[in-house]
Design a protein around this ligand. Sequence first.
Ligand code: ATP
Ligand code: MG
Length: 421
Amino acid sequence: MANAVKAIRGMNDILPNESYRWIFFEQAVQRWLSAYGYRNIRTPIVEQTDLFVRSIGEVTDIVEKEMYTFVDHLNNDSLTLRPEGTASCVRAVIEHNLLYNGPQRLFYAGPMFRHERPQKGRYRQFHQVGVEALGFAGPDIDAELIVMCARLWDFLGISGLRLEISTLGNAESRALHRIRLIKYLEQHRDSLDEDSLRRLHTNPLRILDSKHPQMQQLIEHAPKLMDDLDEESCAHFETLQRILREQGINFDINLRLVRGLDYYNRTVFEWVTDKLGAQGTVCAGGRYDGLIEQIGGKPAPACGFAMGVERLLTLMQECGTGIDPQVPDVYLIHHGDQVLSYAWKCAEGLRDQGLDVMLHCGGGSFKSQMKKADASGAKYAVIIGDDEFNAQLVSLKSLRESVAQATVPLHDVAEIVRQQI
Ligand code: ATP
Ligand code: MG
C-alpha cells in the first residue's frame, strides 16, 4: 500500500460524530446574534500580509512567530492566512465604505491560522466567532457586547465563566505610561528574560504578560497604567462598570490584562474558565478606536471580541450541555423488485411530512436491513414488502419501544413518529 497522506499537525478533521455539536453551536450562535441585530460578513481567508502586520502590530507574538505567510509565486505577493478576523473585517468595511450608512453591527465565523505548538485547546487551524461593532464610541456598546456574551453562555449551558475587564486608556495616556514603564524596566534590566529584553523598547506592555516565574515580582511592582489614565477613559470605564452592575453582570477588574494585539485601547475584557487548564480564555476582546484610521479609513471608533469555538465546545462538554446527535427519524427498509419505486416515493412522501428519512441502499434480506436500521439510531423502521406495496400502505416498527408493528397509510406515519420522542 502507498503511504497514506495525513492531515497537517494542529489542523483537525471534524468528524460526523462530533460535527453535530458544531452545527448545534453554529445555529445557536446565529440565532443569538440575530436577536441582537448583528449581521454576517464573510471575508477571504487569505489577505495581504501587510494588513495583519499593520493592524496586529509588528512586535506581537502573532506577527513575529505565528503567521502562515507565503509568497504567491505567480505574482510575488506576500500573502497570509488570517490569524484573526478583526483586521479583515475592518479592511472590508473600509473598502466598501460601509460606515457611510452609519454604525455597523457585524459578525463572522470561520477558521483562523496560527503557527503555535499544538496542545489541548490550542491548534494551528482553529475557529472563531467574531463580533464587531463599528462606528460606536460610547461605553454602552462595550457593555452590550459583554452582556450579550453572558446571555450566550446561559443559552449554551455554560456556567462558571469569570469576566475580567480593564482599560488601556487612550493613545496619549498609553504613551505616557510606556515611557514610565520603560524607565522602570530599565532600572531592573538584570531581572528581565531574553524575550523581555528584546521587547523593552518595542513592546514593553507585553513584558507585563510574561509568565516567567523569576519576573513575577518585578511585574507586580511595575507602574500601573491606571495611574496614568486620562480622565475621559476613566469616565468611559466607570460607565461601563455601572451598566454591567445594573445588568447583573459580575466582573473582576484585572489591571494586568494585556491583549496580544496592539490595536486595543480603552476597554479590554476576557471570559476565563478554570475548567480547561492553561487554555482558559474562551472569549476576548476590546475597543480599537484607532484601527480603522490606521489601515486607511476615515477615523471611527469600534469595539469587538472573538471567541474560540473549540474551547467553548469542550467547555460545553465539561458543563454537561446535552446535544442530541444527528439520527434519522425513520430508516426505510424495502425488499422485492416491484417495490423499489414505491419505496422511493414513500421516502420522499415522509420527507414532505418533515421527517428525516434514511432510505436503505444496497439490497439484502429484511433481517440484514433491520440490523442496519437499528445501527442507524433511527426511532422507527418503515418496512415495505410485497404486501405493503399491494395494499399501498407501509409497516411501521418502533426501534426503541416494544410496541407491535402496525400497517398504516403513509400519511399517518409522521404523526405516530412524532408521538414518540
Ligand atoms: P491565548 O492567550 O490563549 O493565546 P489569544 O490572546 O492569542 O489567546 P485572541 O487572539 O484574543 O487569543 O483570540 C480570541 C480567542 O480565540 C481566544 O480567547 C481563544 O479562545 C481562541 N484562540 C486563540 N488562539 C487559539 C488557538 N491557537 N487554538 C484554539 N483557540 C484559540
Ligand atoms: Mg495566543
